[in-house]
Unconditional design. Structure first.
Length: 310
C-alpha cells in the first residue's frame, strides 16, 4: 500500500463534501462511517486496478486529504499524479466557493453553509459515470437506484470477489440494449444508457469537455437535454455536478424542502424560482443546500464556529 497526501483549499471540509448528495452510497464509491473513509475501485490509465481509500488528514496531516492506494502494483510518479488528479476531481478541490460564501453572508439563515464548509459536490472522475448514475435516478426510488447501479458496476473491472470499477462506455456499448437490460434491469433507462455509451464510443461524444472552465450553464443544460432520457430534472442535476449552479433542477425532494420553508404550503415551480432568484448564478447550489441541510448537519457535524447558527 502507498499513501499520497493532497493539499486542500482553506475552506474545504471532507465530510460535508462526501455527504453533499447520495453518490457516496453508489458503487464504486463506498463510505465507511466508523472509519470516516471514502473508497472506490479505480482503473488507472495503464490498466492497473486499485482501491483508493480517501480520508481527511485531520491531526495526522492538517490541510491535506490522505489517500491510501491498495493493489495494482508499484505506484510510480505517473500513477501518483493520476491518483491525485482523480481524487481532486471527485472532491471538487479546485472549486472556488468564495463568491458563493460572500453572497450567503447577506442572509443569516444561510451562513451555516460557510461555517460548515459545505457547498462542494462529490462527483465521479468522469462525466460519463455521473451521467449514467443520474439516469438511474430518474422516475424511481433511491433503493432501486442503488440496486441498478450495483448491477451496472458489476460490468466493470473486478478487484477481489465483490468490488468493481465503474464500467467504461466501451464495455457498456459492447452489449446490445437487450443484453444490457438483462444485466442491469433498468427498464427503459437501459436503452438510454446504451445509446449514451454508443454516442461516446462510436459518435465521438466528448463529455469531458463539458467540465472545461467557462462553459456557460445554459449551453451545458442544452447539451444534456439533447441526450435521450435527460429531462429538466436530470439536466439540472447534472449541471450542479458540472459546477453550473444557475439551474434549479427541481424534483420532488426540492419541492418538499421548499414547502417546509414556505410554512408548509405547496408552491409552484415559478414561485420557487422567484425565491432563489436573489442567489443569482448560485441559485441551484443554494437550493440544494436547503435540501441537504438536515442531512449535512446530522452526518457531517457542525463545525465548532457553526454552532447556534440557524
Amino acid at each position: 500500500m502507498a499513501t499520497i497526501l493532497i493539499p486542500v483549499p482553506g475552506p474545504f471540509r471532507f465530510l460535508p463534501t462526501v455527504f453533499s448528495h447520495g453518490w457516496y452510497q453508489l458503487p464504486p464509491f463506498r463510505f465507511d462511517r466508523e472509519a470516516r473513509v471514502l473508497s472506490r475501485v479505480h482503473v488507472l490509465r495503464d490498466g492497473g486496478v486499485v482501491r483508493l481509500r480517501i480520508r481527511d488528514g485531520g491531526g495526522e496531516a492538517p490541510g491535506m486529504v490522505v489517500v491510501d492506494v491498495e493493489g495494482g502494483g508499484r505506484l510510480s510518479k505517473t500513477r501518483r499524479d493520476e491518483v491525485a488528479r482523480v481524487v481532486a476531481a471527485c472532491l471538487n478541490l479546485d472549486r472556488d466557493l468564495g463568491p458563493f460564501y460572500r453572497r450567503l453572508r447577506r442572509r443569516a439563515d444561510y451562513r451555516w453553509i460557510e461555517s460548515l464548509g459545505a457547498g462542494r459536490m462529490l462527483v465521479s472522475p468522469t462525466v460519463w459515470e455521473d451521467l449514467a448514475k443520474t439516469l438511474l435516478t430518474t422516475n424511481t426510488t433511491w433503493g432501486s437506484t442503488k440496486q441498478m447501479c450495483q448491477r451496472l458496476v458489476a460490468l466493470g473491472e473486478p478487484l477481489g470477489a465483490e468490488e468493481f470499477s465503474f464500467p467504461t462506455p466501451e464495455r457498456v456499448a459492447a452489449l446490445s440494449p437487450e443484453e444490457l437490460n438483462d444485466r442491469i434491469r433498468a427498464g427503459y433507462r437501459s436503452a438510454y444508457l446504451s445509446q449514451l455509451a454508443r454516442s461516446i464510443v462510436e459518435g465521438g461524444l466528448d463529455l469531458e469537455s463539458w467540465r472545461a472552465p467557462g462553459v456557460p450553464g445554459a449551453e451545458l443544460f442544452r447539451l444534456i437535454r439533447g441526450l435521450k432520457g435527460f429531462g429538466e430534472y436530470a439536466a439540472g442535476s447534472m449541471c450542479r455536478l458540472l459546477g453550473a449552479f444557475d439551474r434549479l433542477g427541481l424534483d420532488s425532494s426540492c419541492r418538499a424542502s421548499f414547502r417546509l420553508r414556505n410554512g408548509g404550503e405547496p408552491a409552484s415551480d415559478d414561485q420557487i424560482a422567484l425565491y432563489y432568484e436573489s442567489f443569482g448564478e448560485w441559485c441551484g447550489l443554494a437550493l440544494w443546500m436547503d435540501v441537504m441541510k438536515e442531512h449535512l448537519i446530522e452526518h457531517a457535524g457542525p463545525a465548532p464556529e457553526a454552532r447556534g447558527i440557524a
